[in-house]
Design a protein around this ligand. Structure first.
Ligand code: CAA
Length: 283
């Protein structure tokens, strides 16, 4: 089945990035969210990034306009009825995602693959909300989506080979490099990344070093593009905490216990770049 129209649920940080790469790859995109404000914010971000690409000579102004014309916005999830493939990139909240997948299952054609960009919720648990578990799969993009090459493609226990192959091929069409993971808490990316970030927060909590020194050690000593605390601010501290909770609950292993300092920051609303303050302060 050819994929021509690509549906994205969520116009936030991940959703608008996914909509952008899909539209750049030539697909018609429907970007859905719960209100016009979120959608226009998402569309503004895409426009800004594409305009920067035009200024840098990476894209012509005509191409930019054509990409933007391919993105339709929607506040009604029923618009997903015309989508050939859907990725859900809503807030990382289990009951919210379950509701979305129940709706999508009733709205989309039976052959349509429903994928989720979840960073931590088991694919099997989401699949169980639908009558098409063989068409459920994880399509996990990294932030910032237009820049990061990876898509982690996660098979649920019921995911069919056909669904896996279609998702893999779509990731390639988006210019990404897919990697395959199975459905265990945190999959591969966050099983490795989050304990590292959590340990960096413990280093701060135990005063092993300042935030700047912790980040400098990892940047200059390990050649990471940014330090773990700055990266946590980029990802969102609430997301980092939610993923650590998933690892901790899923494995019942104390090595995954979230650092109390991470919890404190989240409780007070210091969630990172999106709220203007996390480990660092932002304009
Ligand atoms: N959107 C689009 N493009 C962006 C961008 C954004 N938000 N941020 C940066 N860029 C582009 C810049 O325009 C620039 O493009 P050109 O090369 O064409 O000029 C390029 O990326 C490099 O940016 P900068 O020069 O401004 O800065 P940098 O070299 O420090 O790169 C970075 C910024 C790409 C964010 C880099 O620091 C990096 O790779 N950091 C690590 C990111 C990472 O680990 N992401 C994964 C997070 S985990 C996750 O997402 C999954 C999860 O489930 C939690």
């Amino acid at each position: 089945m050819e994929i021509k129209t690509f549906g994205v649920i969520g116009a936030g940080q991940m959703g608008n990035g996914i909509a952008q790469v899909a539209a750049v790859s030539g697909l018609d995109v429907i970007m859905n969210d719960i209100n016009e404000e979120f959608l226009s914010r998402g569309l503004n971000t895409i426009t800004k990034i594409l305009s920067r690409n035009v200024e840098k000579g990476k894209m012509s102004a005509e191409e930019k306009d054509a990409v933007l014309r391919r993105i339709r916005i929607s506040v009604d999830i029923k618009d997903m009825a015309v989508a050939d493939f859907v990725v859900e990139a809503a807030t990382e909240n289990e009951s919210l995602k379950f509701g979305i997948f129940k709706d999508l299952d009733g709205i989309c054609e039976p052959h349509v693959i429903l994928s989720t960009n979840t960073s931590s919720i088991p694919i099997g648990r989401i699949a169980a909300q639908t009558k098409r578990p063989e068409k459920l799969i994880g399509m996990h993009f990294m932030n910032p989506v237009p820049v990061m090459k990876l898509v982690e493609v996660i098979r649920g226990i019921a995911t069919s080979e056909e669904t896996f192959k279609a998702t893999w091929d779509l990731s390639l069409k988006f210019g990404k490099t897919p990697a395959e993971a199975n459905d265990f808490p945190g999959f591969i990316a966050n099983r490795i990344l989050m304990p590292m970030i959590n340990e960096a927060v413990y280093c701060l909590y135990h005063s092993v070093g300042t935030k700047e020194d912790i980040d400098t050690v990892m940047k200059l000593g390990m050649n990471h593009p940014m330090g773990p605390l700055a990266l946590a601010d980029l990802i969102g501290l609430d997301t980092c905490l939610a993923i650590m909770e998933t690892l901790h609950d899923g494995f019942k292993d104390s090595k995954y216990r979230p650092c109390p300092l991470l919890r404190k920051y989240v409780e007070v609303g210091w969630l990172g770049r999106k709220t203007g303050r996390g480990f660092y302060e932002y304009q």
